[in-house]
Design a protein. Sequence first.
Length: 268
Amino acid sequence: MIYYVYNPLTRNNTGSNIFKKNSLKNVYNCTIESEMNLLKNKLSSNDIIYIIGGDGTIHYLLNNYNFIFDYKLKYFKNGSGNDFYRSLTTDNSYYYTINNKYHFINSFGIGFDALVCEKVNQETKKTKLSYIKQCYLSLKQYQAFDLDIIYNNNEYHYKKVWLCSLQNGKYFGGGINIAKNASVSNPELELCIGHNLNRLTVLILLIFVKFGLTHLFKKYFFTVKVDKVLIKNSTSLISQLDGDIATINSDIELSAKHLIQIKKTNSL
């Protein structure tokens, strides 16, 4: 049996419009708990579930209706960012757990990207330019911080951190290729660090990141493959998980990874 799970809140609350062009049966609204519980009771091992939405929809399902990820999934993009969709090239991927509580599938970050995501989420109408606009508007507000991180069996101290992102996918922020070497089918994540930066350097770096030229800023920005990560946190850090905002008041640890079957599709 084939089932369809959609999010009506995508594309500025127009997620339901997809059904004007498609006559589908077995359709479930992921924002209605009774419908999702009904779906859970109907599913059997050979069923296929289409997820219709964006990264935020997958993130919402991961953190509220995790049972879906035990089945074969097909992902039809209908969101504003669709960064995970861009990176999905195989039938298999991973999602990850932070502190045995928070799940993400594309990106986890603390720092400037979390501030930008927070501001984008506050917009009443998101557009393709929302992330770019909020990047530049957030430059004056952001305050860099020092950070201690343990990865690959070593502890590192970074000063004036603007970006600390764990990437499963290559992209974040609506198509910015932040992690060229990331692969959603590889259980390792790409840790991206931007440090020792001032506002002018960040402004220039944002332009170079957009065009995939981060190798010219090795002094300030680097990426590395990691399997385990512990971010020491003595304050309340705003975090973004697939663009969703959370405040974490403790050390941040990558606690688990999970293999799933998910394949992108452009048809319903």
